[in-house]
Design a protein around this ligand. Structure first.
Ligand SMILES: [Zn+2]
Length: 310
């Protein structure tokens, strides 16, 4: 494979609805971002860039557009804007979410915290660090501040504890219903595939793979999701997108063994074939931020500033 660099931009949701804890990109911002990307880069699917780079004769820098999770707003809002700019993209789906229509646990938690009327979280506080043990909230902003510390904590603990705490939290904040119409089903995934979107895996249940101790469990997240995709769209996926960018050497090896060709992380840096291997491909996540800040992210300026300040 020839030496090359590529910027792979990661998106999740594009929607006119606003959200306090996890804001989707607005339609206007997504449109502006695509226009800017088109002016700066030659854009292909991530799979084409990584798998067929020898065939590319690019004059501009390479970039790709990818989506994680499988939200239905991709069809409704993102795809028409991508089509308008004639840009390809890839979508990595969580197969249990496709099957049962329930969003990933990360969304379910945000939604529960944002909408509960309860003033207290009833969970086993022995599993929590000291700063999270006071689970009584004085008001709405107190509760949101708690949620903003709680989720990062869950991303650090072993997967078994994370699952336990998520379950207890959802049981405690049970006055909130999880929306049932947010995720794409297989029919819709086949429709976007026919429209040119490349489908890949984002595991079965969206765990942090590097936090799973048992390798058989990691394997089943990787393999069973690929199998479901093969069963339902007719092709074994080329890409595994690691949920929350979590991977380690075990995950990389198992992903390769499962039959994937590429493993995607989230590192806010450009992929460089001389430095990164194909099972630790970094992606740059973009958010619903002012366009100027987004441009700094796209150009790597924010990461450069962070490096200087470190
Ligand atoms: Zn995800």
């Amino acid at each position: 494979m020839r030496k090359m660099k590529a910027s792979i931009f990661l998106f999740h949701r594009v929607s006119p609805q606003r959200d306090k804890l996890w804001d989707p990109l607005s339609l206007e911002r997504f449109d502006e971002i695509l226009k800017y990307l088109k002016s700066k880069f030659e854009i292909h699917s991530a799979e084409k860039i990584l798998g067929e780079s020898d065939k590319l004769r690019n004059k501009k820098s390479l970039a790709a557009i990818v989506f994680d999770d499988g939200y239905k707003d991709y069809i409704e809002y993102a795809l028409p804007i991508l089509k308008k700019h004639e840009l390809p993209s890839s979508m990595y789906v969580v197969t249990s979410c496709v099957e049962n229509g329930i969003p990933p646990w990360t969304y379910v938690l945000d939604n529960a915290f944002a909408n509960t009327k309860k003033g207290k979280l009833d969970i086993d506080s022995s599993l929590l660090p000291t700063e999270l043990r006071n689970t009584i909230w004085k008001n709405q902003s107190d509760k949101i501040a708690y949620a903003k510390k709680f989720k990062p904590f869950l991303k650090q603990v072993k997967d078994g504890i994370r699952r336990e705490l998520v379950e207890q939290t959802i049981n405690s904040l049970n006055d909130v219903e999880t929306p049932q119409n947010l995720m794409m089903n297989w029919k819709e995934i086949n429709e976007i595939k026919s429209a040119g979107t490349i489908i890949g895996s984002h595991t079965v249940t969206h765990p942090l793979l590097a936090k799973i101790e048992n390798e058989t469990e990691i394997e089943s997240e990787l393999y069973l999701s690929a199998l479901k995709i093969k069963e339902n769209i007719g092709e074994f996926p080329l890409t595994i997108s690691y949920p929350i960018g979590s991977f380690d050497e075990r995950v990389k090896k198992l992903a390769q063994k499962t039959g994937y060709k590429f493993g995607f992380a989230v590192e806010q840096t450009i992929y460089d074939s001389a430095k990164n291997d194909l099972f630790a491909v970094p992606r740059i996540e973009l958010y619903n931020e002012p366009l100027l800040k987004t441009k700094l992210r796209i150009n790597g300026t924010i990461e450069k500033i962070k490096t200087v300040l470190r």
